[in-house]
Each structure stands twice: as C-alpha cells, then as structure tokens.
Design a protein around this ligand. Sequence first.
Ligand SMILES: Nc1ncnc2c1ncn2[C@@H]1O[C@H](COP(=O)(O)OP(=O)(O)OP(=O)(O)O)[C@@H](O)[C@H]1O
Length: 246
Amino acid sequence: MTLSDTRSPLLRISSLTKRFGGFTALHDVSVDIRPGERFGLIGPNGSGKTTLINCISGAFRTEPGTVLFRDEDIALLQPHVRTRRGIARSFQIPRPFRSMTVAENLMVALDFAAHEHVSAAQRRDSMMSILDQMGLGPKANVSATQLSQVELRKMELARAMATHPKLLISDEAMAGLSSSEVDEVLDLLLSLASRDITIIMIEHIMQAVMRFSERVMCLDAGRIIAIGSPSEVMADQRVQEAYLGT
Ligand SMILES: Nc1ncnc2c1ncn2[C@@H]1O[C@H](COP(=O)(O)OP(=O)(O)OP(=O)(O)O)[C@@H](O)[C@H]1O
C-alpha cells in the first residue's frame, strides 16, 4: 500500500443518485478521490459527467447519496460555501466579465475567496503570481474581450485557482483547441497537480486524459462502467462499446 492509500480520501462520494423527474441521470455512484490525485472523468455525451460535478460543486442537490469533502458532509452546503471550503470549478465555456481586464477578472475571484485579514497588496501579489503561473502575466491589463480561446481557458483556470482550491474540477478546458494549445493547457494542469492540487479532469480528448490521469472513471448512462488506470479503462470492452463506439 502506498502512503497516499493510507490517507483518508479528499472526496468521498457514496451511493449518489440524481433524478430529474422520472429520469435517473446518476445511479448509485460511489467513488473516493485521493488527496493529490489526477483523476480523469470520461463518458459519452449525456452519460452524467456534468451532473456528477454539479453534485460535487453544489449546483445540484443529491438525493439520495452523500458527498464528503475532507471528512465533512457538504451535501447541504451552497456552491459558494463549497468554493470557500476548497472546491473550484472551471467551466467549459469561460464566463469572463467582459468589461474588465484580465487582472480585474482575477481580483473578483480573489476578493470572493480571500479572508478579511488578507490585505489588498497581498491580493494583488497573489493575482500577479497566479497570472504568471498561467503564462498570462503580460496580459494582465488587457481587456478579457481581447483574449484568444486558449488564453480565455487559461484565465478560467486562473480564476478557479484564485479561490485557492484543494480540489479543482476542470470541465473540458481543452475542447476546440489546437493540439499545441491542448498541450499548453495540459502542461498547466500537470504543473498545478504537482503543487498538490487534486484535479478532476473531464475531457473528451483521449490523449489528454491518458497523459494526465493517474486514474480514470468512465460513466455510461449514469453508471460507473469502469475505473482504473488509463490503460485498463481504455482496454475495457464496455468502455470501447459505450464510449468509443467500437
Ligand atoms: N437540469 C436537467 N434537467 C433534466 N435533465 C438533465 C438536466 N441536466 C442533465 N440532464 C440529463 O441528464 C443526462 C446526463 O447529462 P450530463 O450533462 O450530466 O451528461 P455529460 O456526460 O456531461 O454529457 P456531455 O459530455 O455532453 O457534456 C442527460 O440525459 C441530460 O439530458
């Protein structure tokens, strides 16, 4: 057993079911995410990936099922409280404040998450350090409307990082990017993970999932059909049938 196996999970999802009226989008999903883990979440369109992360981030209430984060039951906490507890989510379609600069966009997230005792100067330092980490330092004073697609994705990740997450959920941060841009975003996510941030990556780009993930889980029609190392999951017959259509 490795050291990480002996630590309690950062996130423990138990027997989670999510219904929309008579439709069950998630059936009895249970999974533990380990501290510092790089976890890939895959599945065909409509398989329940977004529903699952909505249940983790608090956009959806779970009924029934439990979501423990750092040993605390967070199932009844509002999304913004979960953010303050250390769960951040970056959206597939970035939602910047278009009238603001990149720096101002980040300050909004920092002001939201920062404790009162953090001074304005410390927040500015923190903002610049996150922008530098994301390679966006030179764009600090540029309007968000002037960013390229890949820069917008980086800013979306930067905004998530501004809340100082323990768990970052990256929702298709690479969709629609060129292969060199995919590599850029992947490298960023890997560098965040190396700073002990646990990352759940939802992605349809299989090469990226394979390169990034220590463990992959595949959903199909709201059920877990495979979980294991990337190569085990990709080799799984049900995954190939469900996800790859072979
Ligand atoms: N708010 C909602 N109301 C009703 N049905 C919903 C709602 N949100 C999701 N669903 C349904 O739940 C199922 C799972 O959707 P979900 O968005 O979680 O899939 P996904 O795996 O994220 O798909 P994609 O890869 O296309 O983003 C789909 O059938 C979807 O239509």
